[in-house]
Design a protein around this ligand. Structure first.
Ligand code: RIB
Length: 303
């Protein structure tokens, strides 16, 4: 397969997750309870979840000529994710994230961007046919904005929709990027950074005026809210699950939302899949390694 309905322009990281009883205070050393290495990166996580939901999916990304880059390609190949838009960069290591996961499953993440920081508009241009043939182009903020703007320009020119997950939380958002965005996905921290508001309602209503189709505010264990033009806000609550590790739950949400929206064109139905996928991702260790397939997500979403 050389084409895809969803093209994700974004990051890949090798995640090194350390379990801790509690998060250390500044200046404190504490002994970890164990270490797990697994695939991560917000872009790759979202692509893997979309593919597990059955959507033909491709990655546009930058990785290094190293063992972690080889692992990324093997992961995408196994998941059926198209990799013709992936650049291997000389002299840059594949991205890496160090993640602390506490006894409640909450996490704190530091990313060493490596090759991700060098994804450039030229790499996006090289994947223009792939991007232009998609129905939805998805991006985050772990790779340079200039590359994402270029991808969204290509998408818009070809009539494809765009989805921006504004994570990690930005200090400010590029106005051109937001103007090219159809769906904006934020959690409450990211939403506050973009809108200056604290509540989901105020975040959603404020940001909706700046995007084409809709704003989704994810609320962790409380589910998510969807704000669309000319429709009242829609709330989707989450099923209670036993939380092991919340890492990558937001990415599972975005990947499953994207896949279901492509399949149905129904944003509330896609919201239900996103919330179900996010909840299931919390029940096992790691990011992409913890993601459920479409049958489990459909069963929990009730559709
Ligand atoms: O959203 C979770 C992801 O953030 C991790 O996989 C880590 O790599 C960072 O990108």
């Amino acid at each position: 397969m050389t084409s895809a309905e969803i093209v994700v322009v974004g990051s890949y990281n090798r995640d090194v997750s350390l379990s801790v009883e509690r998060m250390p205070a500044p200046g404190e050393t504490c002994l970890g309870l164990g270490r797990v290495e697994s695939p991560g990166g917000k872009g790759s996580n979202q692509a893997i979840q979309a593919a597990r939901c059955g959507a033909p999916t491709a990655m546009v990304a930058a990785i290094g000529h190293d063992a972690a880059g080889d692992e990324a390609l093997a992961l995408w190949s196994e998941a059926g994710v198209v990799t013709s838009g992936v650049a291997r960069l000389a002299g840059q290591g594949t991205g890496m994230a160090v993640i602390l996961v506490d006894a409640r499953g909450e996490n704190a993440i530091v990313v060493d961007s490596g090759a991700n920081a060098h994804l450039a508009p030229e790499h996006v241009d090289a994947a223009a046919t792939l991007i232009g043939g998609a129905r939805l182009v998805v991006a985050q903020l772990e790779t340079p904005v200039a590359a994402t703007v270029r991808a969204f320009e290509i998408a818009r020119a070809a009539g494809a929709a765009t989805l921006l997950n504004a994570a990690p939380a930005p200090e400010a958002i590029d106005g051109a990027l937001l103007a090219l965005t159809d769906f904006l996905v934020v959690n409450e921290i990211e939403g506050k950074a973009l809108s200056g508001h604290e509540t989901a309602a105020a975040i959603g209503e404020t940001l909706l005026g700046r995007v084409g189709k809709g704003v989704i505010v994810t609320l962790g264990a409380e589910g998510a809210m969807l704000f669309e033009h000319h429709r009242p806000p829609h709330r989707q609550s989450s099923s209670k699950v036993e939380v092991v590790d919340t890492t990558g739950a937001g990415d599972a949400f975005t990947g499953a939302f994207a896949a279901r929206w492509i399949a149905t064109g129904d944003a509330p139905a896609a919201l239900a899949w996103g919330v179900a996928a996010g909840a299931l991702a919390c029940t096992a260790q790691g990011a992409a390694a913890s993601y459920a397939d479409r049958d489990r997500i459909a069963a929990l979403a009730g559709a």
